[in-house]
Design a protein around this ligand. Structure first.
Ligand code: SF4
Ligand code: SF4
Length: 282
């Protein structure tokens, strides 16, 4: 079995100022960053002590790769034999040079392009550097209508083999016309999966069985959306908490959650690219 860990520490700051995000230009204090670093290093040490196969997706609030200690953690984790995949959600505004220290067979990125924060040419230059490293990554955009022109430009500029996902803007009901949806489906054939809140109450979900969320203190919840604490990785064997479960929420609308809903059958679609959001076909 491979245990998938969704790690989200205390970090909640970002170098970008996206107007649709609560972490825009937020800053952590020096003390908060020091604690986040210590928590992360403790987590890395813990992973190194485990016997089972492990896959990790970092899902930070804010941007983590601008912090050297996250880059160092990914380097270390990628070289651990029991770690089969280490991936992170990022804006990838940092340099790519550190990648030469990673095991690139096991490192992957879920990258979001924010058109108001970086010029397309600069973003594409980063993607081309990633292509030279032959590292796996997906690229995505928040599907605001003001982004449509940027999405088209990005698709044209991005290498054809790179999957471009679009996250549906769901804060406004009936935001998209059918013509909008057709346009977005032409970019991302899996857009409709994201453009809905999937009914999940009582449905089987792998979180809490083969997938768990872990915070900086080591507290385990089954996912980021159900806050009931199941235990703590530093206090008890995590296997004490793993069992088949059904969802207790009415619905699930976030990719990092609903991909684990059994009834949606998204594991066969994403296969090895599950954590970095790269489907087998697009
Ligand atoms: S890059 Fe991501 S975390 Fe940073 S402000 Fe934009 S949406 Fe928020
Ligand atoms: S369906 Fe979503 S909210 Fe429900 S348990 Fe799974 S990840 Fe959590």
């Amino acid at each position: 079995m491979t245990l998938t860990l969704l790690y989200r520490g205390d970090l909640s700051s970002c170098n970008y100022a996206c107007h649709y995000c609560p972490f825009a230009k937020r800053q952590d204090t020096r003390e908060q960053l020091a604690k986040d670093k210590a928590d992360l290093q403790r987590f890395v040490t813990w992973v190194g002590q485990q016997q089972c196969n492990i896959a990790i997706l970092f899902t930070p609030w804010g941007e983590a790769l601008i912090r050297g200690y996250y880059r160092e953690a990914i380097i270390q984790l990628s070289h651990m034999p029991q770690v089969k995949k280490v991936a992170i959600q990022t804006n990838f505004s940092c340099s790519t040079t550190w990648l030469k220290h990673c095991d690139l067979e096991k490192t992957a990125f879920w990258i979001t392009y924010h058109p108001n924060e970086i010029e397309l040419e600069r973003f594409i230059a980063t993607c081309q550097q990633l292509d030279r490293y032959q590292v796996r990554y997906s690229v995505g955009v928040v599907g605001l209508k003001t982004h449509f022109v940027h999405i088209q430009q990005l698709r044209k500029a991005l290498a054809k083999h790179i999957y471009l996902w679009v996250n549906a803007y769901k804060r406004e009901a009936h935001y998209y016309s059918s013509a909008d949806i057709q346009q977005l489906l032409a970019i991302d054939p899996h857009f409709e999966n994201n453009n809905s809140y999937h009914q999940s109450l009582h449905s089987v979900c792998a979180t809490g069985e083969s997938v768990i969320s872990v915070n900086g203190a080591g507290d385990i919840t089954r996912c980021h959306f159900i806050k009931q604490k199941l235990g703590n990785i530093y206090q008890q064997p995590f296997t004490d908490y793993l069992k088949p479960r059904t969802c207790s929420n009415a619905n699930c609308g976030c990719h990092i959650g609903y991909i684990h809903l059994e009834k949606l059958q998204l594991y066969p679609l994403y296969g090895e690219g599950l954590l970095e959001r790269i489907p087998n076909s697009f």
